[in-house]
Structure formats: C-alpha cells, structure tokens
Write a protein that binds this ligand. Structure first.
Ligand code: BDR
Ligand code: CA
Length: 310
C-alpha cells in the first residue's frame, strides 16, 4: 500500500476525492489536513469530517491547518460550492473529533516518523499547509515521495482570473514555495480536469449505486455541475480533485510531460499564473510532471467501481 496525506478544502470535488481514497485498498490514508480555500477553515475541517463519516471512517484523523494564505487575504468560492462548501446533499453534522494537533505539525511529524520516501502528499486546495510545513521543517523535503496536486492551467487559461486557477491564485506564494522545493511534483491542471466532465449519465451511475455514498455523490455533483455547466456550456462540470487520487491508482489513465513550471507572484494582472515551459523553450530545469490528458471514461469507471464498495 501507498501512504498518503490528503490536504484539502472540501469542496464537492474534494469530497469525491476523499471518498475515492478511502475506498481504495492500495492507499493508506495517514490523515486528512484541512486548509482554507473554497470556504473558510471552520467549514473545510468540518466538511472533511462529514465525508469521513459518510465513508464509514469516523476513526480517520482530521487536522485543521492554515486559516489564511501566507501573504494575501483569503479568497473563497461559495459561488461555486455553495455557502457550506458541500451544498447539495443533506449530510448530518459530524460527531467524530477534530484532532488537537495542527495540520502543519502533523505533516512534519509524520514525514519524520515514516520511512524516507514513503509518504505522498495529495494537495487538493491552496498549498498553504504544504508550504508552511516545508518552510518550518526543510528537512522533510527529501523525505517526501511525491507531491501530487490539483492546480494551475496553461492551455485552458484560468478559472478565477484569466491567468490563474483557483488553488494557485488563492495562495501563489505557497505554490511558489512548493514548486521551488525540489520535491517531485505531479500537477493536475485545468488542462486535464476540464476533460473530466460530470455528464448526466455519469452522475446517474453514482445514484444507481443505491447506497448512501452513491446518493450523496450524485447530489454533490448535481449541485457542483450546475455552476460549471452553465459557465462552460458543456454536458456536466469538471471533476477536478479526484484525478489526484486516480493517478495513484491508475496512472495509465493519463498522459503527461516532465517540464518546468514557475508561479507568477509579481504581477497583479497575472498573479498565480502557472508558467509552463511545455515546449522546452527555456533552459530552466524541469521540476514537475504536468498532466495533459486523460481517459475520461476510464476515470469515471474507476470512480464508480470504487465508490460502490463504500
Ligand atoms: C479547484 O478549486 C476548487 O474550487 C476545487 O475544489 C479544485 O480544487 C479547481 O480550480
Ligand atoms: Ca479543492
């Protein structure tokens, strides 16, 4: 099994990513760390616990991390995710506890305690917690197996500004720290997640599972796609974050290239832009595996098959 920590700001698509991870015996989820992003931290840590309980895993450890980005004020996305961040299903308030330890300390302690190169960080929100851990404890960098993150965009442009994707835009300084860390990084940008569309039949496949998880997933996606479908004029909205987990399970679903990615933090106009040297036109050293396309039917088949087991 592969050991992972999920850093997240649920978020309907984060919720589906967490469900996929908890449904997958190949993965050992050491803990879930919440960060402010789609909604404020008080809601993201609560939402993470709600999803663990939905998955039948009240034993999972959930930690709260940074309440705001490193340098900029928090920007949230209630216009996409609803007031709670998990609008759609009517899920009960969680009864499992929030861990007393902070998320950043948990990440650092875990990376120091586990064998070197054994823990993968899956980052599904702004990179504030991950950057803080790297800043506070640089010794953990060579111990991280890989950081797999959803963020950025190149060919698709941005979804929050014309130049920037939400997760990178919210904390560009954290993203810059992560991309400069020397840790192996795999990036799932809008270029690929915009091809993972929650069409009607795919949402109905979740509902047809006839389980609480299947029903809740369909209701999450019913709400989530309403915004993006209208915006992009597609059949369904993009299901971003579960791609990070699917990569760990079936990397053959994806095509990618090892390239240099830099983060813009100097310009207000293009703040948080991922500058991707796709064509190798600079001599900057590659620092990330940049994912470009997916087998979307295979991705949704994997999701449906795994969520059926919860
Ligand atoms: C990213 O931003 C959030 O709204 C989603 O959860 C995803 O992580 C997409 O830009
Ligand atoms: Ca997210």
């Amino acid at each position: 099994t592969r050991k992972i920590i999920i850093d997240t700001d649920p978020g309907q698509d984060d919720a589906v990513a967490i469900l996929l991870a908890l449904a997958s015996p190949e993965l050992e989820v050491l803990g879930i760390t919440a960060v402010a992003g789609n909604v404020p931290l008080a809601l993201t840590q609560k939402n993470a616990r709600m999803i663990c309980e939905l998955a039948g895993r009240p034993d999972m450890k959930v930690f709260a991390g940074a309440a705001r980005p490193l340098m900029r004020p928090l920007v949230t996305a209630e216009y996409v995710h609803g007031k709670t961040g998990l609008d759609g299903p009517d899920l009960p308030d969680p009864t499992m506890p929030l861990q007393a330890q902070g998320a950043v300390d948990f990440i650092i302690d875990t990376l120091r305690a586990e064998p070197e190169g054994s823990v993968t960080l899956c980052a599904l929100g702004p990179l504030t917690n991950v950057a803080l851990a790297l800043i506070q404890a640089p010794d953990i960098a060579p111990r991280i197996r890989e950081i797999v993150l959803m963020g950025g965009g190149c060919f698709e442009g941005g979804n929050t500004t014309p130049a920037a994707e939400f997760n990178i835009y919210v904390d560009p300084h954290a993203a810059k720290t992560v991309f400069a860390s020397g840790v192996p990084i795999t990036v799932f940008p809008l270029d690929v997640t915009h091809r993972a569309l929650t069409s009607r039949d795919r949402v109905e496949a979740f509902r047809s599972l006839g389980t609480p998880v299947g029903t809740a997933t369909a209701e999450l996606l019913d709400f989530f796609e309403r915004f993006d479908e209208a915006k992009y004029g597609t059949d369904g909205g993009p299901l971003h974050d579960p791609n990070v987990i699917a990569w760990l399970l079936q990397p053959e679903l994806y095509t990618h290239r090892h390239v240099n990615v830099e983060i813009e933090t100097g310009s207000e106009l293009t703040m948080g832009m991922t500058v991707v040297d796709w064509w190798g036109v600079t001599d900057r050293a590659p620092n990330a595996t940049y994912v470009r396309d997916l087998d979307d039917a295979g991705f949704f088949a994997l999701l449906t098959e795994r969520l059926a087991t919860l």
